[in-house]
Each structure stands twice: as C-alpha cells, then as structure tokens.
Design a protein around this ligand. Sequence first.
Ligand code: GAF
Length: 371
Amino acid sequence: MRVVEAFTAAYGASPATVWHAPGRVNLIGEHTDYNDGFVLPFAVPWGVTAAVTPRADRTIRLLSLQSSSGEPVTLESHEESRGWTRYVVGVLEMLGDRVAGADIAIDGDVPQGAGLSSSAALEVSVASALNELHELGMTPMELALLSQRAENDFVGMPCGIMDQAASALCREGHALFLDCRSLGSRDIPLDLAAHGLSLLIIDTQVHHEHAGGEYAKRRAECESAARKLGVPALRDVTDLAEALGRLQGDERKRTMHIVTENHRVEALIGLLRAGAVTEIGALLNASHLSLRDQYEVSSPELDLAVEAALRGGARGARMTGGGFGGSAIALVPESRLDTVRESVSSAYAERGFRAPRFLPASLAAGAHRVA
Ligand code: GAF
C-alpha cells in the first residue's frame, strides 16, 4: 500500500495502524442535520487512508501524498496547523490529554471540490486510528461526534453531524438513515442494479467562494425561526401552515424547506421499504426544487446538471451536499447512462460552463482498519 511505503520512507519504521474512512453522497435530507432532522447518506468508494504511529512527545508529523511538496510537516503545537492539517490537528485537539503526538501519513482519493466530504473522511480516518492505538473504546458514533467537534470548534465550520456519521457508520450496500436528534440510525439496503438503475454523480467542478459564510447564515436563520416559533428546532414544527403564517422572508422559506425535506426523507424510506425504488425520483426532484427556491443553496451549474439529466432520461436528480457548487446526483436507468451524460455535457458546453465530471456512485463501507 503506497501510504505505508510513504510513511516508512518518511519516518523510518512502518505504521502501527492504517485506517480508511470514506467520503459520502447524501441521497436525501439536505441541511436537515443541524435542524435535528433526518438524513440518508451513503459512503462512496473514495476516501482517506491514514497510516498512524503514536508518539510519546507532543510533536505531530504529517505527510500527505497529495501535497505538492511531498515533504512531512512538523508541528510542535496545534496552533501551527494550516490548510488540510487543521482537520487532523483538530481531532488531536479534541482528544486532549487522551493522546500525545503522532506520526501520520495520509493518502486521499476523494475527488477534490466535488462536495463529497473529503474533510470528514480525513477526520474520521485519523480519529479511528487514534481510537484503536490509544485503546479509547469510542464507538463509531462517538468518533463521528468528536470529528464534528474538531470541524466546528477547531476548523471553524459549523457543520452538522451527517458527513462524519456517514463516514464512520455506513455499511456497504446500504444507505444510513440517521435521526440527527436521537442519533439513532438504521442501515437501509439499496440495490439499485437489481432495478436496472444507477446513481450518477455529476461533479460540476465549481465551488463558489462564499459557501462557508452562506452555510453559517442558513444555520442562523433556521435557529432564529425555531426561536420565533418556540420550538427547540425546526424538526419540531408539526403544523407547517401555522408556522409559515408566523414567519416572514428568508426564515419562512428556510422553514418550508426543512419541514418538507424531513418528510421527503421519511417518504423515500417508505418507498424503498415497499420496493418502489424507481419511484424515489420524484422525491429527489422535489428536494432539488426546494433547495433551489426555498433554501437558496443551489447554483446555475447544479440547476443545469439536474435539468439536463432529467431531459436525458434520469428518473430524478438533485444537488447533494451543502450546495453552491459541488455535485448533483441523478437516478438513471442503466440503458440511459450515455444519453444522460451526453445531455449534461452538451448543455454545459452550450452555456460555456467548465466540462462536468461524471462518477458512478456505489454504496461503500464506512471507516475500517486496512492494515
Ligand atoms: C455539509 C455539512 F457538512 C453537513 O453537515 C450538512 O449540513 C450538509 O452540508 C447539507 O446537508 O456537507
């Protein structure tokens, strides 16, 4: 394994453990996680592999096979971390006195900028390795929560729990239904091929700069709406019409999205349970329209990917992840895959957008030890 070779070459001994953690695609349930709602992500076959050996001192040595220098970075304190190293150091910071320093080598193959949660994969791979090495006995959900805290409190991104939970908990061939309030989860089997279907990831290859600020703004709007409605979170709205009557402007729109999106997650699970896989397309479409018009987190590239995929014969399509760029997903009959790709590519060319990248999605396993 090349991460083991790189580790050994850089640090002079083989690593004590090697863990892999995946990125994710969210099938449905967008921006619901930080509203105590429901999500349905699955792990993708791309992720981060972390080779780790603990150290007795507090030094952290870090090497990424993807960094341009190819040289290890040595950090004597957590404050020295920059860029991608913050996600790793954030995990160490959250583990506090339970760990000292570490020698770490990272190899990642999550397509960059595609919105498939390479940062969660990085956090969870390192957290899982340290959990094993220091015999901390943390469960996958505890590792997900710790990784989320690293991102919230150290990196400064106010994300919910979905990405880290998907990376830590998913099972191969299954999506993960997660109640983000109780943190109870269920593995939902999903065999698209048995229904002649594929999920195509359409990476717009565009990521808008303001995404971080807009994410925090949406979160604040939801929290403010919940306060006005006198509920702990928008998940608790039971009478949507009554709630909308008490809100205005953006908060009204955000509430509309969150409440209906939670229902769409439950409806989609109901369809899967009934074996009506082809029927989930309509829910994907409705989710996209709601994210575009009510939550206002889509982008021209994502909208065009969805429209062109549907024109090409997709059964349903939507943006996935935080939005403002990144990827869309399309549910496509296998016989229409070429037509859908062609439809999206030519629509992009016509509008003068950068050519999109297509990735076939399969439902991979969550974090696991690989060596
Ligand atoms: C990003 C966040 F990290 C998740 O927690 C989630 O809120 C998602 O956007 C939107 O559903 O991926």
